[in-house]
Design a protein around this ligand. Structure first.
Ligand code: ZN
Ligand code: ZN
Length: 208
């Protein structure tokens, strides 16, 4: 049986061994294959992850970043908050592809002992190594057909925001701000925190 190989550094980057980082890694690899591209060195691949917040499956996004090079830091991955294990990958002049983790494969993973620990609140790094390796192996030996629904999106249109080096000083706190984020308050160009607070207020995130 052919076993997919995940480089050790990807696990190190992610921090623990779980099944979803490898799922994302494989998603990214498959997307690059479908679009005929290799790992992005700069600002090529854009990823629209359908993940929301607080799902354990969110780990897949670290796998996607690791394999495609479309990282958070480079501003190449965005979240759509649909709560699905899916993502659309867009590469300039190559097109776009959406990859979804099949329900059948998700159902195959669900009864695994790994999730019994997770549901008791045990963090992945605290789960016995053999349990983790076993569920990861399920991901590594699965075929692409077993794992994913793949759909090419010929009509997908996207215009990335142009990169900008333009910055100015906030007229209140004096800190540099990229111009896109300057606001006008009482005739002064100010940063967002200064636009929302008076001088007398402590500039801190307000509790919700
Ligand atoms: Zn994880
Ligand atoms: Zn300011």
């Amino acid at each position: 049986m052919k076993k997919f190989n995940i480089p050790e550094w990807a696990y190190e980057f992610h921090g623990h061994k779980c099944p979803f980082m490898p799922i994302g890694f494989r998603m990214g690899k498959l997307a690059m294959e479908k679009l005929g591209v290799s790992q992005s060195l700069n600002h090529e691949m854009h990823v629209f992850s359908e993940m929301g917040i607080a799902h354990p499956q969110g780990c897949m996004q670290d796998g996607i970043m690791a394999s495609t090079g479309a990282t958070f830091g480079k501003g190449m991955i965005e979240k759509l908050y649909y709560g699905k294990v899916a993502a659309t990958f867009w590469y300039p002049s190559k097109g776009a592809v959406r990859i979804f983790l099949k329900n059948e494969f998700a159902d195959k993973l669900t009864p695994h002992e790994f999730f019994k620990y997770r549901k008791q609140g045990v963090e992945p790094s605290e789960i016995p190594e053999d349990v983790r390796q076993d569920i990861i192996n399920m991901v590594l030996i699965a075929s692409e057909k077993e794992l994913f629904t793949v759909k090419m999106l010929p009509d997908f249109d996207y215009k990335p925001v142009k990169g900008s080096f333009l910055k100015s000083k906030c007229e209140q706190c004096g800190e540099y701000v990229f111009e896109r984020y300057l606001r006008v308050r009482e005739g002064k160009k100010v940063c967002i925190p200064c636009s929302e607070h008076n001088n007398s207020e402590v500039t801190m995130p307000r509790p919700k």
